[in-house]
Design a binder for this molecule. Structure first.
Ligand SMILES: *[C@@H]1O[C@H](CO)[C@@H](O)[C@H](O)[C@H]1NC(C)=O
Ligand SMILES: *[C@@H]1O[C@H](CO)[C@@H](O)[C@H](O)[C@H]1NC(C)=O
Length: 114
């Protein structure tokens, strides 16, 4: 294979990966976490009280973000679904201590089954 072909292949691989990640849809969930004790804030848990516009890692979830909207409404975002490499099984998140979306990185088990 010539150098030109290798370069073209790499360029395609990068573009295709970007296109694929762009199309992968992350789940979004909305909820009402308003609390009269904290008007206008999002009371996600007794420890996690956010102001509108703030984003953080969702509590009680290994890897999701929570964004405080107006009037105590929040938006949860989970990781985009990514197909595992061919012949591999998707395992757990690599490190759920990372912030979102870095925590979305998955481990894969690519041993042959059967
Ligand atoms: C959100 O919940 C609060 C308290 O339960 C309620 O007063 C408010 O009307 C709710 N907002 C919406 C848009 O449902
Ligand atoms: C994640 O954080 C906890 C608590 O700080 C720590 O015990 C654990 O080892 C960390 N895990 C990784 C994979 O870094």
């Amino acid at each position: 294979m010539s150098h030109f072909n290798v370069a073209a292949l790499l360029a395609c691989a990068v573009v295709c990966l970007l296109a694929a990640s762009h199309h992968a849809q992350a789940a979004v969930a909305r909820a009402n976490f308003s609390n009269p004790t904290y008007p206008g804030k999002c009371v996600v848990t007794s420890d996690v009280i956010m102001s509108p516009g703030q984003t953080g890692k969702a509590p009680n979830h290994p890897c999701a973000s929570v964004t405080c909207m107006d009037n105590g409404h929040v938006e949860f975002h989970t990781c985009a679904a990514v197909a595992p490499p061919k012949g591999c099984k998707q395992r757990d998140f690599v490190n759920t201590n990372r912030s979102f979306p870095e925590c979305c990185e998955r481990a894969y088990d690519c041993r042959k089954y059967i």
